[in-house]
Design a protein around this ligand. Structure first.
Ligand code: BES
Ligand code: MN
Ligand code: ZN
Length: 497
């Protein structure tokens, strides 16, 4: 997919098979100065609005045909009340434009950013690039092509903007890079556990790093033994697949500047270990590496955008399987931080692999450290599928993540980490145990992680409810959503100033 930004003040001839125009509620689309709209189309648009077929309500959609002008077709898309429009509204509008092109089997679409006045041109063009780029992504690599109904890929996306040229063009570039990062994450998420093994995830990260100029280091299990990553190794013990610890580094800041550290749970398949999960829905546990995928995707975008900050991405990657060599309930294991852990439930494995990764990150003396993980089912009970949970040791950092969530359309909402929750993890035999019972399950998981972050300003995102979904939004598809790639990139960019 190729995305470009065209300044409509520079050109009046954009040949396009489909032009998407936004229609505000009770209003009409802006056609003045939009290239490609000939007199016949203007008349047809006026009729569509006058007839009441196009009211501008979100979801309204009308396709009209030109007569030889440079736009072969126009799709009018209702965007709701003009004053209520925000970046997320633009993302959805652009996503719908791509979906219409796909449905009509067109390889290209031009999306007009005129009339989106409640949002500044830089924000609008970034959001449109994200929405269009995300909508164009599909996961087809494991299916034979359908010869009777060949899928058409929307290859060429043009954003037509007016106003501040630099803001429009750089917004489009940023949005396209962010969408590529999120789509890279989605491909890793969508691949099943027998394909996206820890070794595969590490190889993909290394390949990507080479192409965008990140430095990459991968630890195998022998190296993890040397380093003392006992908690990570305790999870991998039950599996034939070797674990990997992936380190990606972007040196965009001054040498010696404290890095921002991103950590993502890369559990390539979670069977639960000896505390085996029930069969129903277990196949979905291939998405238990979504946090790791988002960190890898975010690092790609951060490198492509040349963000002026030092950023490190850490991904502990393992399977969680039952076998004769697997860690058993009641076992006491060590950790990189030196703390001993009583494993009450081997299905609470994410926090174990993160414990060592967070300790590794803490030793880098980061300016801030953020982890994301499909950590608990109970976060879905708390917040449903509309927000990730955020918790941590630093209120200002949590606030930054909340605003990055709003701006990126990947919202997060805070949960408390009071010391009473930590006490639910007190163990008879070890420094702490890995589960704290059902009450406050997402919070006690966060409290567990907090034991391994040293004094780094740290926050944790529980993305179990947001990384995978029904794909109801126009720029989504069922399954892999790439969350929270966009949030992470937004946060890092806000930190870099
Ligand atoms: N990967 C799961 C959490 C999860 C559940 C992610 C549903 C996505 C959807 C995690 O490893 C897990 O099994 N957590 C347990 C913790 C419990 C044993 C304390 C859970 O949530 O049930
Ligand atoms: Mn588990
Ligand atoms: Zn898990």
């Amino acid at each position: 997919m190729q995305l470009s930004y065209i300044d409509t003040t520079d050109t009046d001839d954009v040949r396009t098979p489909l032009l998407a125009l936004a229609v505000p509620k009770g209003g009409a689309p802006v056609t003045e100065g939009v290239p490609g709209v000939d007199a016949a189309l203007v008349a047809a648009i006026d009729s569509a609005v006058a007839s009441g077929d196009m009211t501008g309500r979100t979801g309204d959609q009308v396709v009209l045909y030109g007569s030889g002008g440079s736009a072969e077709r126009v799709v009018l898309l209702g965007i709701g009340a003009a004053d209520d429009l925000d970046a997320e509204g633009v993302r959805r509008f652009a996503g719908r434009a791509v979906r219409v092109a796909e449905k009509l089997r067109l390889e290209g679409v031009s999306i007009s950013l005129s009339g989106l006045d409640a949002v500044d041109i830089g924000t609008a063009s970034q959001a449109a690039a994200e929405g269009a780029g995300l909508a164009a992504w599909r996961f087809t690599e494991l299916k034979a092509p359908d010869d009777d109904d060949p899928a058409v890929e929307v290859r060429t996306i043009r954003l037509l903007g007016a106003g501040d040229h630099d803001a429009g063009a750089s917004g489009a570039m940023a949005g396209a890079a962010i969408a590529r990062g999120a789509n890279f994450a989605r491909a890793l998420q969508a691949r099943p556990g027998n394909v996206a093994t820890p070794t595969h995830i590490a190889n993909e990260a290394v390949r990507m790093a080479g192409s965008v100029g990140l430095s990459a280091t991968v630890f195998d299990e022998a190296r993890m033994h040397e380093e003392g990553m006992k908690a990570l190794l305790s999870v991998s013990r039950g599996s034939e697949e070797e674990a990997r610890f992936i380190i990606l580094e972007h040196r965009g800041g001054e040498e010696g500047d404290a890095p921002l550290v991103l950590v993502g749970k890369g559990l390539s398949f979670d069977a639960g270990g000896i505390s085996l999960k029930p069969p129903a829905g277990m196949e979905e546990m291939k998405y238990d590496m979504s946090g790791g995928a988002a960190v890898i995707g975010a690092m790609q975008a951060i490198a492509e955008l040349g963000v002026r900050a030092n950023v490190v991405g850490l991904v502990p990657s393992s399977e969680n399987m039952p076998s004769g060599t697997a860690t058993k309930p009641g076992d006491v294991i060590g950790s990189l931080a030196g703390k001993t852990i009583e494993v009450i439930n081997t299905d609470a494995e994410g926090r174990l692999i993160l414990a060592d990764a967070l300790q590794w990150g803490a030793r880098m003396k980061p300016a801030a450290m953020v982890d994301c993980a499909t950590l608990t089912g109970s976060v879905i009970i708390a917040l449903g599928h509309h927000a990730s949970a955020v918790m941590g040791t630093d209120e200002a950092l949590i606030e930054e993540l909340r605003s990055a969530g709003e701006a990126s359309g990947e919202r997060c909402w805070p949960l408390p980490l009071w010391s009473e929750y930590r006490r639910q993890l007190d163990s008879e035999t070890a420094d702490l145990q890995n589960v704290g019972g059902r009450p406050g399950g997402s919070i006690t998981a966060g409290a567990f992680l907090s034991e391994f972050v040293g004094d780094a300003p740290w926050a944790h995102l529980d993305i179990a409810g947001t990384a995978w979904g029904d794909g109801k939004l126009p720029y989504q598809r069922k399954g892999a959503l790439g969350t929270p790639t966009r949030l992470l990139v937004e946060w890092v960019r806000s930190r870099a100033g």
